[in-house]
Ligand binder design. Structure first.
Ligand code: AP5
Ligand code: MG
Length: 374
C-alpha cells in the first residue's frame, strides 16, 4: 500500500483490504447466525454511493435467501419546517411489512442513519437492522442501536473501499487516511464567539479578526446575504429569521462546510452564531475532525436579557434588520436562545474549551477580556 494523492490532498494507508475482509467475514457470520431461522426474506439495502463495495463483499458472504435494493438519501430540502426533510430516493422494492438490513459504509454523527431509519419505518418496514462497515464511536451520539458494526475507527477523514474525497478514491480496495503530518491545517486555530442575540458577537469578532488574522464567519450574515440576493435558500429562510426562529441545522451546516472548503489556507476561523444547537456543535466537531482540526476555545459573552433588549433596540435605530424591529420578535429570539442554544454551553464545557466573559462594559473593555483568553 502506497500513499495516494487525490486532488489537493495526500492520503496514507490506514486499513488494508485483508483487515477489511476479516472484519466483513466476522460481521457476515453474525448476520448469518441471526437470520439462520428467519421466517421470511429480508431486503439488503445498500446506501449509495459509499457502501457499494462493502455491500458487494457482505452479500457474497450471506448464506440465507435475501433480496437486494439500493437507495440514496436526498440532501436536506423542502420547506425549512422542523422534522425530517429528506427523502429516500430510488427505492425499488416495496418495503411494507418487510425486514430490511441497511448497509452503510460509515456512521459518524449518525444523522444520516437515524434519518434513514425513521424514513424506512415510516414507509412501513416491519423491522430495520443496521449494518455498518465502519463506526466512529467518538462522535456517534445517537440512541439508535447499530446492530452490526464491522470495525470501529478513530475520528479521522478516510477514503477508499467506497468512501470518497470529493467523489474520488472510492475505487481503492484499501482504506486511506488523510496525511495530516504535512497538512498546514494542523496549525489552524478555530474559535467560537458565543452568546445571546445582541451580546456583541459580531462587534467583537470584527476586532478579533483584525488583531489575530482569523477569518470571521457569521451564519446570520451569510443568511442575510442569501435573503438580499433573493436565492431560493434566502426566500425559505426569510420568514423564519424575521420571526426569530432558527433555520434548520442542515442549512447552516452546509454553509459552514462550504466556508471550510473554500478557505483551506486561513490561520483559523472565528465562528459567530454557529453552532446554535447541540446537533450543530456535534456536526462542527465532525467536520473539523475530518480535516484534522478542532475548536480551540469557545469565547462566550454573558449578558442579561434586559441588556439584549436595549442593545438590539439601539441597533434598530442604525441598522435595518427586520428581526430587530418588534419586541415580540426579539423576545422570541431570546427564548429560542435559552431553549435551543444555551445547551451548547454544556457541550463545550464537557470538552474543556468553554470560557466565559462578562459581556457588560464598554466594547473596548470586553475586547480586552476576550484577548486575555485567546
Ligand atoms: P445572527 O445574525 O447571528 O443574530 P443574533 O445571534 O441574534 O445576534 P446579533 O447579530 O443580533 O447580535 P451580536 O451578538 O452579533 O451583537 P452585535 O455585535 O451586533 O442570526 C440571525 C438569525 O439567523 C437567527 O435568529 C436565526 O434565525 C438565523 N441563524 C443564524 N445562525 C444560525 C444557526 N447557526 N442556526 C440556525 N439559525 C441561524 O451587537 C449588538 C448591538 O450592541 C450593536 O448595535 C452593537 O454596536 C452594540 N454593542 C455591542 N457590544 C456592546 C457593548 N459592549 N456595549 C454597548 N453596546 C454594544
Ligand atoms: Mg451578529
Amino acid at each position: 500500500m502506497n500513499k495516494i494523492h487525490l486532488k489537493d490532498k495526500d492520503f496514507v494507508p490506514y486499513i488494508s483490504y485483508e483487515q477489511l475482509e476479516k472484519a466483513i467475514d466476522a460481521v457476515a457470520e453474525r448476520i448469518n447466525h441471526d437470520f439462520k431461522d428467519f421466517d421470511g426474506i429480508p431486503i439488503v439495502l445498500c446506501v449509495l454511493n459509499g457502501s457499494i463495495l462493502f455491500t458487494g463483499e457482505l452479500m457474497k458472504r450471506l448464506d440465507f435467501p435475501c433480496e437486494f435494493s439500493s437507495v440514496r438519501l436526498s440532501s436536506y430540502e423542502g420547506t425549512l419546517s422542523t422534522g425530517i426533510t429528506r427523502k429516500v430516493l430510488g427505492l425499488t422494492s416495496s418495503i411494507k411489512g418487510r425486514t430490511v438490513i441497511v448497509v452503510e459504509d460509515i456512521v459518524d454523527t449518525g444523522k444520516t442513519i437515524t434519518d434513514l431509519y425513521a424514513l424506512l419505518r415510516d414507509a412501513g418496514a416491519a423491522n430495520v437492522k443496521i449494518c455498518t462497515m465502519l463506526l466512529k464511536p467518538e462522535v456517534y451520539k445517537k440512541d439508535l442501536k447499530l446492530d452490526y458494526v464491522a470495525m470501529e475507527i478513530e475520528n479521522r477523514f478516510i477514503v477508499g473501499f467506497g468512501l470518497d474525497y470529493d467523489q474520488l478514491g472510492r475505487n481503492y480496495k484499501d482504506i486511506y487516511i488523510l496525511d495530516t503530518d504535512k497538512k498546514p491545517a494542523k496549525t489552524m486555530k478555530h474559535y467560537l464567539i458565543f452568546g445571546p442575540p445582541g451580546a456583541g458577537k459580531g462587534t467583537q469578532a470584527a476586532r478579533l479578526v483584525e488583531r489575530y488574522g482569523l477569518r470571521h464567519v457569521s451564519t446570520g450574515d451569510l443568511l442575510r446575504r442569501e435573503i438580499a440576493a433573493g436565492t431560493p435558500l434566502g426566500l425559505q429562510a426569510k420568514s423564519l429569521i424575521d420571526n426569530g426562529e432558527l433555520v434548520p441545522d442542515s442549512v447552516v451546516e452546509g454553509m459552514i462546510a462550504s466556508e471550510l472548503d473554500t478557505h483551506p489556507d486561513v490561520k483559523g476561523f472565528i465562528f459567530d452564531g454557529f453552532p446554535r444547537t447541540t446537533a450543530q456543535a456535534e456536526h462542527l466537531d465532525a467536520m473539523l475532525a475530518a480535516r484534522g482540526q478542532k475548536i480551540d476555545t469557545v469565547l462566550s459573552l454573558a449578558i442579561p436579557d434586559e441588556t439584549v433588549f436595549e442593545r438590539i433596540r439601539h441597533r434598530a435605530e442604525v441598522e435595518n434588520r427586520v428581526d430587530d424591529t418588534k419586541p415580540e420578535i426579539i423576545r422570541n429570539r431570546i427564548d429560542t436562545y435559552h431553549a435551543k442554544t444555551e445547551p451548547v454551553i454544556s457541550y463545550y464545557k464537557g470538552r474543556g474549551v468553554y470560557k466565559e466573559v462578562d459581556g457588560l462594559g464598554t466594547i473596548d473593555e470586553v475586547f480586552d477580556k476576550l484577548c486575555a483568553l485567546m
